[in-house]
Design a protein around this ligand. Structure first.
Ligand code: GTP
Ligand code: SPV
Ligand code: MN
Length: 607
C-alpha cells in the first residue's frame, strides 16, 4: 500500500519517524483505509453514529449523548496471564511479570498482525498523557482498528493535532499498536464486538523501545493503551530511568475549615475503591470539610524543588466500575455519568434505561442483562466489571487544580486493600522506609477487574502487581531511593474499608464516611491526633477519630481497629516467601523491616 510520510487530512504530519512507523504498521496489518484522528467532537459523533447504525452501540434513553456497548462474553476484563513485559532477559522483568524474550514475542505477534486489519479502517490517534503544557506530559500515538477504542481514547486522553505540533519534525513518541485481531474476508459480516480467542490475545510491552503491542481484545486496559499499558507499565520503567514514579493511585484534594488544602494520593488494587474515594462527598461539609477530585486511577509523581512529592493525573477521563455506583454511595459519579457517557456491559430496560446492581434498590421490570438477554433475576444483570467512560471535567467535584501543569503537592500517601480480616481500618507507618515495607507487602482479595478467580487474597505491592513494567524488586529499590530524594516526603498510611464481622457484613460504612479516616491522617501530620503503637504501626483508638454524627456500634469500632497478633504472625512467613521470590533483587531494608516486624510480634522471620 502507498502511504506518503506527509499526510494531508485535517493536519499535516511531518515527523519522519511517525510517517515511517505508520507505513510499516499499515504494510503489516493491511487495513482497507487509514484515518488520522483529530479528537474533535465531530469525529466522535461521526464514529458513534456509524456504530449505532451498525448495531454495535445503542443510544440510551434520558441520558443525552450516551451509549451502551456489549462486549463479547470472552472479552470483559484485563487478561493478566496474557499480559507480557518483554525485555531481553527474564531478570529485567522479574518473577511477578510474564516474560517472553522480545525477539520471540515480536515474531509471534508479527504473524498475528499480518493482514489483521483486512476489511477495517486503521485509525491513527495522536494523544498526550498529562496536559500538553505540563513538564510531565508524554506524547504518544495509538493505532487501532476499533472505533469504540477511538471514542474511548477521546474521553480518556487528550487527542489533538496539537500533539503532533508538540512532537515536531524529530520528536520521539510512545508507540501503541492495537488490533482487535479479527480480520474480515471480503463480504464477511462483522461481529458486534470483534475480538480474538484467548490464546491469541497478547498485551505486550517493550520498555526498551517505549512500545506497546496489543492484540485480540477490545476491552478496557487491554485496548485503551494510554491507561495501564502506557500510563503505568511503560511509564513506570521510564520513571525509574528519569527519577519519578508512575503509580496506580487516585489523587484527591481535602479542604479544611478556613480553606487550608491538603492533597492525598491513594493506591488500592483494581475495583477496591479509588474512584469512590476520589469523589467522596463529605458528611461534614457543613463544618467546612470538603473533598475534590484530581484523578481516580493513575498518578505520576515527582519530587518538586521544595522537597515535596508532586502529583499529576495523566488521564482526561474516568473508566469507572459501574456496579455499586448509586446516589448514596457515589452521588458525584452519578452526576458525572448523566450525559456524554459510554456504558459497557450494563443491563438495560426495553426503553433504553441503563441499570446495574447498586443503582437503586429495586431492579426495573423487563430488564435485559449485559448480554442483551431477558434477565433471569438471579445472575448479575450488569457484568461485575461493567464500566462507564466519561470525561473528568463533567465531574461536579473536580478540583480547579486537576489540570495544573505542575500538579499538586502531597501531604499523604495511602495504601489499602480489600481484606475481610486482618488489616485494621487504618494505621500509620513509622517512616518512609517502613511505609515502603507496608506497601510492598499489602494483600488484597482479587476482583472482577481482571479475568480469573475473585475473592482470593494475593500480595499486590503498591496495587501495582499487574502494572509494574520491570522487576518488582528493583521497583521497591526505586521507592526507597525516592524517599531519600525528598526533603519532606508525604506520610504513609494503610487503610481497609472492607473488614467484615463474623456475620460477613462490612463493619465500616465506607464511602463518604471514609472522610473521618482522612481527617485523622491530616491531624497526625499536624501532630494533633493520638494513636497507639502496635507491631504493625500506629493505630487510632476510637476516641482519636472524629466520629461525630456517625452510628457505628462501639463493638464494631473496636473490631475495626483491632490488631490480632496471631493473625499478623501468620503473615510473616508468607511475606518472607513472597520476598524470597525476588532473590538478590530484594532491597535489604525490606528484609530488615520484616525481621523487625517479626521481632515486634515475637516470632521468627523465616519462611
Ligand atoms: P479500578 O477502576 O478497577 O482501578 O477500581 P477503583 O479502585 O477505582 O474502585 P471503585 O472506586 O470503582 O470501587 C470498586 C467497588 O468497590 C465498587 O463496587 C464500589 O461500590 C465499592 N466500594 C468503593 N468504596 C467502598 C467503601 O468504602 N466501602 C465498600 N463497602 N465498598 C466500596
Ligand atoms: C483496573 O483494572 O485497575 C482498571 C480498569 O482501572 S482497566 O483499565 O481495564 O485496567
Ligand atoms: Mn485501575
Amino acid at each position: 500500500m502507498e502511504l506518503p510520510v506527509r499526510v494531508k487530512e485535517s493536519y499535516e504530519v511531518n515527523n519522519e519517524k511517525l510517517g515511517r512507523w505508520i507505513r510499516d504498521v499499515a504494510e503489516m496489518c493491511q487495513p482497507d483505509a487509514i484515518r488520522w484522528c483529530d479528537g474533535s467532537p465531530g469525529e466522535y459523533d461521526r464514529l458513534m453514529s456509524d456504530m449505532v447504525r451498525r448495531g454495535t452501540a445503542t443510544p440510551l434513553a434520558k441520558r443525552p449523548n450516551s451509549f451502551l456497548f456489549r462486549s463479547d462474553p470472552s472479552d470483559v476484563a484485563r487478561v493478566e496471564d496474557r499480559t507480557f513485559i518483554s525485555c531481553i532477559t527474564y531478570d529485567e522483568v522479574g518473577p511477578t511479570n510474564n516474560w517472553i524474550n522480545c525477539d520471540d514475542l515480536r515474531r509471534t505477534m508479527t504473524e498475528l498482525y499480518r493482514g489483521c486489519m483486512h476489511g477495517r479502517t486503521m485509525y491513527v490517534i495522536p494523544f498526550s498523557m498529562g496536559p500538553l503544557n505540563s513538564p510531565m506530559a508524554k506524547i504518544s500515538i495509538q493505532v487501532t482498528d476499533s472505533p469504540y477504542v477511538v471514542c474511548s481514547m477521546h474521553i480518556m486522553t487528550r487527542v489533538s493535532p496539537k500533539v503532533l505540533e508538540a512532537l515536531g519534525a524529530d520528536g520521539d513518541f510512545i508507540k501503541c499498536l492495537h488490533s482487535v485481531g479479527a480480520p474480515l474476508a471480503p463480504g464477511e459480516e462483522d461481529a458486534l464486538w470483534p475480538c480474538a480467542p484467548i490464546e491469541q490475545k497478547y498485551i505486550s510491552h517493550f520498555p526498551h523501545d517505549d512500545e506497546i503491542w496489543s492484540y485480540g481484545s477490545g476491552y478496557g486496559g487491554n485496548a485503551l493503551l494510554g491507561k495501564k499499558s502506557l500510563g503505568l507499565r511503560i511509564a513506570s520503567a521510564m520513571a525509574r530511568r528519569e527519577g519519578w514514579m508512575a503509580e496506580h493511585m487516585l489523587i484527591l484534594e481535602l479542604e479544611l475549615p478556613g480553606g487550608e488544602l491538603h492533597y492525598v494520593a491513594a493506591a488500592f488494587p483494581s475495583a477496591c475503591g479509588k474512584t469512590n474515594l476520589a469523589m467522596l462527598v463529605s458528611p461534614l461539609e457543613h463544618k467546612g470539610y470538603k473533598v475534590r477530585t484530581i484523578g481516580d486511577d493513575i498518578a505520576w509523581l515527582r519530587p518538586g524543588p521544595d522537597g515535596r512529592l508532586w502529583a499529576v493525573n495523566p488521564e482526561a477521563g474516568f473508566f469507572g466500575v459501574v456496579p455499586g455506583t448509586g446516589p448514596e454511595t457515589n452521588p458525584n459519579a452519578m452526576a458525572t455519568i448523566r450525559t456524554n457517557t459510554i456504558f459497557t456491559n450494563v443491563a438495560v430496560t426495553r426503553d433504553g434505561i441503563p441499570w446495574w446492581e447498586g443503582k437503586d434498590k429495586k431492579p426495573p421490570k423487563d430488564l435485559l442483562d449485559w448480554q442483551g438477554r431477558p434477565w433471569n433475576g438471579t445472575d448479575k444483570a450488569a457484568h461485575p466489571n461493567s464500566r462507564f467512560t466519561v470525561q473528568a471535567r463533567q465531574c461536579p467535584s473536580i478540583s480547579p487544580k486537576w489540570e495544573d501543569p505542575q500538579g499538586v503537592p502531597l501531604s499523604a500517601l495511602v495504601f489499602g486493600g480489600r481484606r475481610a480480616r486482618l488489616a485494621p481500618l487504618v494505621f500509620e507507618a513509622r517512616d518512609w522506609e517502613h511505609g515502603v515495607f507496608v506497601a510492598a507487602t499489602m494483600g488484597s482479595e482479587t476482583t472482577a477487574a481482571a479475568t480469573g478467580n475473585v475473592g482470593v487474597v494475593r500480595r499486590d505491592p503498591m496495587a501495582m502487581l499487574p502494572f509494574c513494567g520491570y522487576n518488582m524488586g528493583d521497583y521497591f529499590g526505586h521507592w526507597l531511593r525516592m524517599g531519600q530524594a525528598l526533603e519532606s516526603p508525604p506520610r504513609i498510611f494503610h487503610v481497609n474499608w472492607f473488614r467484615q464481622g463474623q456475620d460477613g457484613r462490612f463493619l465500616w460504612p465506607g464511602f463518604g464516611q471514609n472522610l473521618r479516616v482522612l481527617l485523622w491522617m491530616i491531624d497526625r501530620i499536624k501532630g494533633k491526633a493520638g494513636a497507639v503503637d502496635t507491631p504493625i504501626g500506629k493505630v487510632p483508638r476510637p476516641e482519636d477519630l472524629n466520629l461525630e454524627g456517625l452510628n457505628v456500634p462501639d463493638s464494631d469500632m473496636k473490631a475495626l481497629l483491632a490488631v490480632d497478633r496471631e493473625e499478623w504472625a501468620a503473615e510473616v512467613p508468607e511475606i518472607r516467601a513472597f520476598f524470597d521470590r525476588f532473590g538478590e533483587r530484594l532491597p535489604p531494608p525490606l528484609s530488615h523491616s520484616l525481621d523487625a516486624l517479626a521481632q515486634r510480634l515475637g516470632v521468627t522471620a523465616t519462611a
